[in-house]
Design a protein around this ligand. Structure first.
Ligand SMILES: Cc1cc2nc3c(=O)[nH]c(=O)nc-3n(C[C@H](O)[C@H](O)[C@H](O)COP(=O)(O)O)c2cc1C
Length: 272
């Protein structure tokens, strides 16, 4: 890919606290809100639970996923080079959320309620789906990758493998997210179409329940698999630890708002 021109945007000021919170709890689901349309084409809110998959493109694989990457992907995957403040989730292209994003200027809101920490985190921004196996010949994929790319920065922890820049690819990045799922979960991307009546047998015999996928490049599953990357524009933390002094902070991204290198997070403490 064309590499970020500079080291990219600096690390968001809310990351340290959020990372610390997430490391103290095993609940890594968040609620994802999008804008749908009812049958009279009026805008309506739509929400659902999704698993949070960390900040793009960093992901620590479980041992069997790591082994699959070693055996099936060139160099075992990408060099450790980039990091970002972009939230990720994975989804099936056949579900409703992606079409809703397309119809609403990519607007998304996500919320974590971390009960053990008395903390609510709300993230407002735009989301882009990557992982179309057609790659950049698909204009939507090309556009989504370029949006995500603006938020990437070269790791500054001294471990960045800058010699491997030419070896870094979007395909390997997405494949790692697919590898992160168990063979059974990977098989869900070969399920009959989500949300359609169970009475309707799929015409494609390859679409069945309870399949196990060990091939990281399984063409049927990968055609449906996407990584959704959220570009946060506003992050809000609500701290309910002390009921007598509830605290609330908001961070707003100022500048272009697309995480390019001039953008700046501005912190404001709010009345709760
Ligand atoms: C605990 C839990 C985790 C889930 N994780 C995901 C996920 O990571 N991605 C996803 O697309 N759906 C996930 N789902 C299913 C969604 O909540 C939802 O049913 C599905 O995405 C279809 O929604 P849509 O058609 O509105 O897109 C999860 C559900 C639960 C209960």
């Amino acid at each position: 890919m064309t590499t970020p021109s500079s080291s990219g945007p600096s690390r968001a000021p809310w990351r340290e606290v959020l990372d610390s919170h997430l490391s103290q709890t095993s609940d890594h689901e968040f609620t994802i809100g999008t804008i749908g349309r009812d049958d009279q084409n009026r805008p309506v809110p739509r929400v659902r639970t999704c698993g949070f998959r960390g900040f793009f493109p960093e992901l620590t694989l479980h041992p069997s996923g790591a082994k699959d990457m070693e055996q099936q992907v060139e160099d075992g995957g990408n060099p450790s080079l980039y990091e970002s403040d972009l939230f990720t989730l994975t989804t099936d292209v056949r579900m409703e959320k992606l079409a809703q994003l397309e119809l609403s200027s990519q607007e998304i809101e996500a919320v974590f309620w971390l009960k053990d920490l008395n903390a609510q985190w709300r993230i407002k921004g735009k989301a882009f789906a990557i992982g179309n196996p057609l790659g950049e010949t698909d204009t939507q994929e090309k556009w989504a990758r370029s949006a995500v790319q603006k938020g990437l920065r070269v790791k500054d922890d001294g471990n960045a493998d800058t010699s491997g820049k030419e070896k870094w690819s979007w395909e390997k990045a997405v494949t790692k997210y697919f590898a992160n799922h168990s063979p059974f979960m990977r098989g869900s991307f070969r399920n009959p179409p989500p949300g359609q009546p169970r009475s309707q047998e799929p015409s494609d015999p390859r679409l069945k329940m309870a399949q196990k996928v060990t091939d990281l490049h399984d063409p049927v599953a990968r055609a449906n698999f996407r990584v959704v990357v959220i570009q946060p524009e506003e992050v809000e933390r609500l701290d309910l630890t002390n009921p007598e002094d509830v605290r609330r902070w908001k961070w707003t991204l100022e500048g272009n708002g697309d995480h390019s290198s001039g953008d700046n997070w501005v912190e404001t403490e709010l009345w709760p």
